[in-house]
Design a protein around this ligand. Structure first.
Ligand code: PLP
Length: 377
């Protein structure tokens, strides 16, 4: 069986964890945390970055930082992971679901304007598959309405849009280091703070609403409860593991891109069967986070996934669109129909892509997929 994902380890995770233990600090905000944060700041050109337990936690911090409150609305795609919405629903806001573009499967920037109301407080684009959203157009809408952008860059580390890194556009951006992402700490994430005015409060929220970070820097002589907050910082074991991965983020991305390209080339013949391949516009570099195809409408997705499983290939679908999920219907709102989201959700097939796969696997899998489709068109 070819698994859908297998986490990639460099040679250094265990050594760095040993170093963290030897240094005698296992709680968060230690030497490895700072190293990871400096790497993120340098790579993204951001004034500040904070490691978190997850991208989910970073999204929750974003909602706190933007003072999202009951009655507020937040615009986002329906075709995304639940955390994008949950973070704002936890503050009492209503996620407003907008359709995606048929090419990149990203939030359709042309539909955002019409979804904005006097209650709108933020726009949350998701860089799906590590392919950047139309950031210039989205920024123009945001500026016109005076709204902040929070980039859900969970899948977007090492991607660019017009040579600028994904995660550097929004007032805030959130990154995931979950096991299924390109660079991983098992569970982990980061909040990228691109607006210097939010840095100080972000640190308070991160450290349980205390000014502990300022205390450690000697800026205040005692530390105390000063704001809303929670425990959003991971321990040094997680940071040490992550540091090994960040050091190799470039070579990890390069190797994934090579596998992605093998898939793309091998899937070429499937286009004649009505299969749609991924689109990466020429003005942006993706990070090969995932390889997906869209089946023809007439070919049942569940049958193809089951057939691939019988052929020893673990392929997956995602997402149940949030606007049609039980919690999405309870907490969210879709002002317009979402035909692209509905269609993509019925047609998408994600194929295994992980470091350690054989170079020949993508062609083999593409061939098996072609056979699974051919019997059904
Ligand atoms: C993975 C993912 C998340 C959640 O990341 P965690 O680190 O697991 O919390 C959020 N949004 C998107 C788009 C994701 O792909």
């Amino acid at each position: 069986m070819i698994p859908f994902n297998r986490p990639h380890l460099t040679d250094h995770e265990i050594r760095y964890i040993q170093q963290a233990a030897d240094q005698g600090q296992l709680a968060g905000n230690g030497a490895f945390t700072r190293r990871c944060q400096e790497w993120l700041q340098h790579t993204l050109g951001a004034p500040h970055a904070l490691l978190t337990h997850s991208c989910t936690a970073a999204l929750e911090m974003s909602a706190l930082l933007l003072d999202i409150a009951p009655g507020d609305e937040v615009i986002m795609p329906s075709f995304t992971f639940v955390s994008t919405a949950n973070a704002f629903v936890l503050r009492g806001a209503t996620p407003v679901f907008v359709d995606i573009r048929p090419d990149t499967l990203n939030l359709d920037e042309r539909l955002v304007d019409a979804a904005i109301t006097p209650r709108t407080r933020a726009i949350v684009p998701v860089h799906y598959a590590g392919v950047a959203c139309e950031m210039d157009a989205l920024a123009a809408v945001a500026v016109r309405h005076g709204l902040p952008i929070v980039e859900d860059a969970a899948q977007g580390l090492m991607s660019t849009y017009r040579t600028r890194p994904v995660g550097s556009f929004g007032r805030l951006a959130t990154i995931s280091f979950h096991e299924t992402k390109n660079v991983t700490a098992g569970e982990g994430g980061a909040l990228v703070i691109n607006d210097p005015a939010l840095v100080e409060r972000a640190e308070l929220i991160w450290e349980k609403g205390t000014n502990r970070s300022r205390f450690f820097r000697g800026e205040v002589d005692k530390y105390t409860w000063v704001d809303l907050g929670s425990s959003y910082l991971p321990g040094e074991i997680t940071a040490a593991f992550l540091w090994a991965q960040l050091e190799e983020a470039e070579s990890i991305t390069r190797a994934r891109l090579a596998l992605w390209q093998r898939y793309y080339d091998a899937c070429g013949p499937l286009v004649e069967m009505g299969v749609e391949l991924p689109t990466v516009p020429g003005d942006r570099q993706h990070n090969a986070h995932l390889f997906r195809v869209l089946l023809p409408e007439s070919v049942p997705q569940a049958d193809v996934l089951a057939d691939l499983k019988q052929r020893g290939i673990h392929a997956l679908f995602h997402y149940v669109p949030l606007h049609s999920s039980p919690a999405g219907q309870r907490f969210g709102r879709a002002p317009f129909p979402l035909p692209v989201t509905d269609s993509v959700s019925r047609r998408i097939v994600r194929l295994p892509l992980w470091l350690g796969m054989r170079d020949s696997d993508p062609a083999f899998i593409a061939d098996q997929l072609a056979q699974a489709i051919a019997t059904r068109v």
